[in-house]
Design a protein around this ligand. Structure first.
Ligand SMILES: [Fe+2]
Ligand SMILES: [Fe+2]
Length: 408
């Protein structure tokens, strides 16, 4: 159909690319007024649309003042422009995101629609990093606390005793204190105070508490990244939101051992921190590119660094010999079907998408990586699950922030 004949609400039947073959809008994009303007500005003459099928997103933000709803819709439409908006879960997330962005705007948050511009070729001339070498040789040995390897062993050993787990955790008083704070918080809702790690291990479970301890320990490894390079608070807020969402999703699906998904979510973007630790200038260039052009984070990383943060995170966690479920969740959280056992990566992928779409923290993306609807289909999520996950994040993120990041 000719671009001049398009109407808002129509859905793209095929992705639209620029003359260089770069993706402008994904298949299934719901054409808003703004997108129609972008197509014209890029000189696109014709696009394929999905017949008479339209998306029902115009009512997103009902209940908000009209001008606020329109701005929130515009922001979310651009941020989710690579997604299949015909998918019911994506539509649910769009509605939730518009409502949340509307409230954030109401409170004065300086949110604006991301820029959609041609990505430059900055960084293309840089030599790709050797991930294996960085992960194994260039990291100082003390960057991987010994406690991490021992916790990983306990997580993988179903016959490990509570005393073994407690002994390891108690070696690190800071870790033990943080875990006690967590298990005594309303997040767990135990009627009586838990005063010792031994008791916490018995109540929460050996594998469960070891997984949490491992997550907290990894967070500590990256403590030294300067705030002028990366907004680490926003980064960890995003990771905590993803962690909390992954646990909520796993529990909505009736899966056991939900703390493992929490830790998978907590560490999913750790590859980004790895970049900031080793090649801070290049990592900063990537985020600047992503912000200025709306290019996907992974594609900018692959161009400027030779690998994306999923690959980097997976390589790092594998070099640290962490459990395969965590390695795969980090390595494949943007491409979950590439994981040998895709369930963990898919749960983290969905939680990551919801956390980022709803602005619970941020890892620096401006236009989100699309939700993989084929992977989502394999999870058989119940209807309304996105709202359930979002509600859990909203409810728990303040608590998690105060425990892990020291107050809001
Ligand atoms: Fe990511
Ligand atoms: Fe993420």
């Amino acid at each position: 159909m000719k671009v001049g004949e398009l109407r808002p609400g129509m859905l793209l039947a095929q992705a639209v690319r620029d003359v260089n073959g770069r993706l402008l809008m994904g298949e299934g994009t719901c054409l808003t007024e703004r997108f129609l303007g972008v197509l014209k500005a890029w000189g696109i003459a014709e696009v394929a649309v999905q017949g008479e099928k339209t998306c029902s997103l115009a009512d997103a933000g009902d209940g908000l003042p009209e001008s606020l709803a329109a701005r929130a819709q515009e922001i979310c439409a651009v941020r989710l422009s690579r997604c299949d908006l015909a998918n019911p879960v994506v539509q649910d997330v769009f509605h939730l995101a518009v409502a949340r962005v509307g409230h954030l705007l109401e409170k004065g948050a300086p949110l604006v629609p991301p820029t959609l511009a041609k990505p430059g070729d900055e960084g293309s001339d840089l030599a790709p990093l050797d991930m294996e070498q960085l992960a194994t040789e260039d990291l100082p040995m003390d960057a991987m606390p010994e406690v991490l390897a021992r916790l990983a062993q306990i997580m993988e050993n179903p016959s490990a005793s509570p005393a073994e787990a407690a002994d390891i955790i108690q070696c690190d008083p800071g870790l033990a204190a943080k875990l006690l704070k967590m298990v005594n918080s309303p997040l767990y809702g135990f009627p009586q105070r838990i005063d010792t790690i031994s008791r916490a291990v018995t109540i929460i479970g050996v594998q469960q508490l070891s997984a949490l301890a491992l997550g907290v320990t990894v967070m500590g490894v990256f403590r030294s990244i300067p705030k002028n390079l990366l907004d680490t608070r926003q980064f960890w807020l995003h990771s905590l939101a993803c962690a909390c969402g992954a646990r909520a999703l796993a529990s909505a699906l009736g899966l056991p051992n939900t703390e493992r998904y929490f830790v998978g979510g907590l560490l999913h973007d750790v590859g980004q921190l790895f970049f900031f630790l080793h090649v801070p200038e290049r990592a900063r260039l990537v985020l600047a590119q992503v912000r200025a052009t709306g290019e996907s984070l992974q594609s900018a990383e692959r161009r400027c660094l030779g690998a994306d943060h999923g690959q980097a995170g997976g390589t790092l966690l594998a070099a640290w010999q962490l459990p395969a479920s965590l390695v795969q969740a980090a390595a494949c959280h943007h491409d979950p079907l590439a994981a040998p056992a895709p369930q963990d990566a898919t749960i983290v992928h969905v939680a990551d998408f919801i956390a980022e779409a709803l602005h619970f923290g941020s890892n620096g993306q401006s236009v989100l990586a699309p939700l993989n609807t084929a992977a989502l289909g394999m999870l058989h999520v119940p209807p309304g699950v996105a709202a359930q996950v979002a509600a859990r994040i909203e409810e728990q993120l303040g608590q998690l922030e105060s425990i892990f990041l020291g107050g809001s």
